[in-house]
Design a protein around this ligand. Structure first.
Ligand code: PBG
Length: 330
């Protein structure tokens, strides 16, 4: 501090807009975004998700239009979620060659050779009980069977890789999932295919709208036996360290906004590329307030996305990708 002119010291660099641009520490662009998309069986279906305005369940033909439109806005990375025709206890349709995500990949792959197609690897959309894997009774409680689910996850990843996925993103929070998937992919010849692991995924109420979108709410209990307790921070570092040791190429923190401290800690500790998931509930609450005229949507969204990057994220999975890409251009 200059003791003689204390009042002007920090404001000097804020006076000129060009100078503000020059000293800005964090920048945001469409290159940072991954757009989540929901694909379902059928033809000519574009069904808006009521709690996520501007986001849709799409049949494969309409998905092609959606990817094309987003691509035109500069969005080049997508993560696909599937809503199957039928669900069962094991989520078997997740592995089917004609599964909805597999069909989507085979259609998109040749049409958009330059976009990155990521697949979410989990079973909650495919099981009739809505949990993220196979169930088993353990000590008198019905719970997700970790190791049996790993075998299924490996099969799901290989099936997606064969259909054209560029990267797999296991989101089920099973212990050992990255080791199992890496080994499985390598044995199947996909040594080059990266894994983006949902490493620190919290048991969050912010996933509410997604569960409408993917039709995947748990039919009993909740996900607290496999997703993390929102009260824990050190544990996120243990989860992330294990995933990195197991071979994760990109680690994720999810949700983003209520967990900016976790993003920062992971960034400082590991320095690996970090993805942050700006989840459905974070999207919905901004949209709802904006629709009521209570918030300036454009400013709030860009501020939120910038804060997630400032916290340390290298990339952001966000339903705002389209709007933000548009706003960043103008
Ligand atoms: C699947 C999965 C979920 C989300 C992404 N992958 C739901 C959940 O864990 O219940 C949530 C994404 C969002 O809320 O936007 N396991």
């Amino acid at each position: 501090m200059n003791p003689t002119f204390p009042s002007c010291r920090l404001r000097r660099l804020r006076r000129h807009p060009v100078l503000r641009d020059l000293v800005r520490e964090t920048s945001l662009s469409a290159d940072d975004f991954i757009l989540p998309l929901f694909v379902r069986h059928g033809k000519d279906i574009k069904k808006e998700i009521s709690s996520m305005p501007g986001n849709y369940q799409l049949s494969v033909d309409r998905l092609v239009d959606e990817v094309g439109a987003a691509r035109d806005l500069g969005i080049k990375a997508f993560i696909l979620f599937g809503i199957p025709e039928s669900k069962d206890a094991t989520g078997s349709s997740a592995l089917a060659d004609e599964g909805v995500v597999q069909q989507a990949l085979r259609t998109l792959r040749p049409r958009f050779p330059d976009v990155l197609l990521i697949t979410d690897e989990c079973f909650c959309e495919y099981t009739d009980h809505g949990h993220c894997g196979l169930l088993k009774e353990e000590g008198g409680r019905l719970d997700v069977d970790n190791d049996a689910t790993l075998d299924m996850l490996v099969e799901q990843c290989i099936s997606h890789a064969r259909a054209g996925a560029d990267m797999v993103a296991p989101s089920g929070m099973m212990d050992g999932m990255v080791t199992a998937i890496r080994r499985g992919l390598d044995e199947a010849g996909f040594t080059w295919l990266p894994i983006m692991s949902y490493s620190a995924k919290y048991a969050s109420a912010f996933y509410g709208p997604f569960r409408d979108a993917a039709e995947s709410p748990p039919q009993f209990g909740d996900r607290s036996t496999y997703q993390m307790d929102p009260a824990n921070g050190d544990e996120a570092l243990r989860e992330t360290a294990l995933d990195i040791a197991e071979g994760a190429d990109i680690v994720m923190v999810k949700p983003a906004l209520a967990y900016l401290d976790i993003i920062r800690r992971v960034k400082e500790k590991f320095g690996l590329p970090i993805a942050a998931y700006n989840v459905s509930g974070e999207f919905a609450m901004v949209k709802a307030a904006a629709q009521k005229g209570w918030l300036d949507e454009r400013r709030v969204v860009l501020e939120i996305l910038t804060s997630i990057k400032r916290a340390g994220a290298d990339m952001i999975l966000t339903y705002f990708a389209r709007d933000a890409a548009k706003w960043l251009k103008t």
